[in-house]
Design a protein around this ligand. Structure first.
Ligand SMILES: *Cc1c(COP(=O)(O)O)cnc(C)c1O
Length: 397
């Protein structure tokens, strides 16, 4: 597991080699162990394994599988965590981490700028089970200080929020939480495993939707929960293995290979995002260009100090509101209208009418989800082509 890290390999090396499990055939590419279960050499061996499965011993694919374990080892090594549990989707990871770490009567403080499904889990599901949840402005450290008390069990935040790209001062929030004895759980999708420094900044648990940059080619769902061996095997695994949110071996194989090229893809996509943000800034049809890599971003300094790069996502706010935003999207020739992100294909999303449609208007306004706001996920196309596409569409808007 962390063996590869101990050799001092750099992330690019880990992303190619860490966690590989070769069979007796010595295959070069990782095999897909497409099996739900495992055969034991004897009844005694089955009894022993059910009592305590050893390292790299498997029982049932809902508990673990060699291909899934390869994915878990590789991402854990990359992120600098002792262990990982892979899940069927990003939301299986978010709900699994929260449900396994919390109990009735616990208090949770979360940043209010959240992915819609995360908000549902915190606001509806956890409350229904007697967990007290307070939502705060994640960028306001005094709000965190005011909300976190010695009764707080857990703090939850998206390190960079969707879709308005607020960057939270993770090390400051982690200090506040840890002083109160609370654990810090970070949904780290927008930061990406390439740029994240969440482990060293104090996140006890990090969650990714692997559906996004880790696959990066829009093929399958997946998620992962990362943390200490104690949290992952002691707290998360018992809950996950009995409630059934396991990752399929096929998806684990796709995502394992996604990790191999993740670094190159994310850096190329981020370079294009920076170039596009700079080209769009000051355009007369735009009220705002939001990108953590622009010096005028409110948390530009925090982004620089806590992430290795500003990421592949940007947001633009068309001054002409919803009508202009729709004209802009409908005029795009290369950029697709969809709602995935981190994909090799550039994607435009109108949060107010899609991903965040269900939020009341007042909450949209509070979160900065204006009628003209468009979220752009920058892909792997030629940056010049993308720039031309966006500029032509702005002309049409
Ligand atoms: C997409 C996403 C999720 C959910 O992931 P799925 O794989 O779609 O279940 C959670 N959090 C954030 C920030 C996301 O972008």
């Amino acid at each position: 597991m962390a063996k590869a890290t101990e050799k001092g390999w750099k992330p690019r090396t880990l992303s190619v080699h860490a966690g590989a499990r070769r069979s007796q055939y010595g295959e070069v590419a990782e095999p897909i162990w497409l099996t739900q279960g495992f055969v034991y050499p004897s009844a005694e061996a089955a009894e022993t394994r059910f009592l305590k499965a050893g390292e790299d011993e498997f029982i049932y694919a809902r508990y673990g599988n060699p291909t899934v374990a390869a994915f878990e080892s590789r991402i854990a090594a990359l992120e600098g965590y002792e262990d990982a549990f892979a899940t069927a989707s990003g939301m299986a990871a978010v709900s699994g981490a929260l449900m396994s770490m919390l109990k009735a009567g616990d208090h949770v403080v979360a940043a209010r700028a959240l992915f819609g499904s995360c908000l549902y889990v915190l606001d509806e599901v956890l409350r229904r089970y007697g967990v007290r949840v307070d939502l705060v402005d994640g960028t306001d450290l005094d709000a965190w200080r005011g909300a976190v008390t010695p009764q707080t069990a857990l703090v939850f935040l998206e390190s960079v929020s969707n879709p308005t790209l607020e960057v939270i001062d993770l090390s400051a929030v982690a200090d506040i939480a840890h002083q109160a004895g609370a654990r810090v759980v970070v949904d780290n999708v927008f930061a990406t495993p390439v740029f994240s420094r969440a482990a060293e900044l104090g996140a006890d648990v990090v969650i990714y939707s692997a559906t996004k940059h880790i696959d990066g080619q829009g093929r399958c769902l997946g998620g992962v929960i990362l943390g200490s061996r104690d949290i992952i095997r002691g707290t998360v695994e018992p809950y996950m293995k009995h409630t059934g949110g396991a990752m399929s071996p096929f998806n684990a194989w796709v995502l394992l290979n996604g990790l191999t090229t993740l670094d190159l893809r994310v850096r190329a996509q981020t370079a294009s995002a920076q170039r596009l943000a700079e080209a769009l800034q000051g355009h007369p049809k735009l009220a705002r260009v939001i990108f953590p890599g622009l010096p005028d971003h409110p948390q530009h300094a925090i982004a620089r100090s806590q992430m290795g790069g500003p990421g592949t996502m940007l947001a633009i706010d068309l001054a002409g509101g919803k009508e202009a935003a729709f004209r802009f999207m409908n005029a795009l020739q290369i950029v697709l209208i969809s709602n995935n992100l981190g994909d090799a294909r550039s994607i435009a999303t109108h949060p107010a009418t899609t991903t965040h449609q269900r939020l009341p208007d007042a909450q949209k306004a509070l979160l900065g989800i204006t009628p003209g706001l468009i979220r752009l996920s920058v892909g792997l196309e030629d940056a010049g082509d993308l720039c031309d596409d966006l500029m032509a569409a702005l002309e049409a808007a």
